[in-house]
Design a protein around this ligand. Structure first.
Ligand code: GLV
Ligand code: MG
Length: 311
């Protein structure tokens, strides 16, 4: 049963790498991102897609990815490429692959279709059943209205990802700058509703919530500002498009050291005082702060993120 302490693998920084560029694929191995996703979708031109599949299989099988999560983004089900993307990548490198990312997911059935295909491929190639996870990108209004069904469509679903660029285009948002507020909207954060819908679906079903790209890659302060908003709400990580964004994402989506230290103190104090009282006390004092079972739950979230970040 899902709860708010999601224990899936760390995904503070998710590095996008075009599958059509072997030099970028090789370089990505040495970078400090928690996850790398090798792309067959929008960063790869239609004429380059078939060769990109081969590059990706070779890069995965060559190894050298360290502890990074290895993900491949296939094309969405409305194109002509999806099934062959999945078959070629999983048949060729399924043992060296953690998740398939499915873009522009609109319905639960699209996730089920990918699940069935993965299940057959696992049988044919003798892979461990159910090991390959699914990351679902929400990139349009229909996907957002179905986000709960998408999150629960398959036990393989590990993350729900916000795809801001496609989303902005799909709802006719009057802006061309991803992540920044549309000109003329001066009453709050235009992304808040979308981010919260995704976060609620993720948390309700024990999935991770991941924020999408920030395209002004030279503006690391802008990246930090936009990442800081989704991190403050509770998102687990964000896409990074450039090496300079990696350290910023790893920092922004980790707890601050003082919050991590405080969370460990709360857990120690709560255990100590409640067991000293023979389980008879629900609320205890930690210095001037009253802590109870809800404080323990908040502390568990922060300490789990801190431990995953190696704090
Ligand atoms: C990512 O795929 C986006 O559309 O923002
Ligand atoms: Mg997109």
């Amino acid at each position: 049963m899902a709860d708010q302490t999601t224990t899936l693998r760390s995904r503070r920084s998710c590095l996008a790498t075009p599958g059509s560029n072997p030099r970028f694929l090789a370089k990505a191995k040495g970078l400090d991102a928690d996850q790398v996703f090798l792309d067959l979708e929008d960063s790869v031109a239609p004429i380059a897609k078939v060769d990109a599949r081969k590059n990706i299989v070779a890069a995965l099988n060559e190894g050298g990815w360290g502890t990074k999560l290895r993900v491949v983004r296939v094309n969405d089900w409305t194109t002509e490429w999806t099934y062959a993307d999945v078959i070629e990548v999983v048949a060729g490198a399924g043992a060296n692959l953690d998740c398939i990312m499915l873009p522009k997911v609109q319905t639960a059935e699209q996730v089920v279709a990918l699940d069935l295909l993965l299940t057959q491929l696992e049988k044919v190639h003798g892979y461990e059943p159910g090991r390959i996870g699914i990351e679902a990108q929400i990139e349009n209004a229909l996907g957002l209205t179905n986000v709960n069904a998408i999150a629960t469509a398959s036990p393989r679903v590990e993350t729900i990802i916000f795809g801001p660029a496609d989303f902005m285009a799909s709802i006719n948002m009057k802006s061309l700058v991803v992540g920044e507020q549309p000109p003329g909207y001066d009453v709050g954060d235009a992304y808040h509703y979308i981010l919260m819908q995704i976060l609620m679906a993720a948390r309700a079903h024990g999935k991770q919530a991941i924020d999408g790209p920030y395209l002004q890659i030279k503006d690391v302060d802008g990246f930090r500002r936009v990442a800081g908003r989704s991190a403050a709400l509770g998102f687990d990580g964000k896409w990074v498009l450039h090496p300079d964004q990696i350290a910023a994402a790893n920092e922004v989506y980790s707890p601050r050291q003082e919050d991590y230290d405080h969370s460990e103190n709360i857990l120690d104090a709560y255990d100590h005082y409640t067991s000293a009282a023979g389980g008879a006390r629900g609320a205890v004092m930690l210095g001037d702060e009253m802590i109870d079972e809800a404080s323990r739950k908040m502390a568990l979230v922060v300490s789990a993120k801190g431990r995953a970040a190696g704090m």
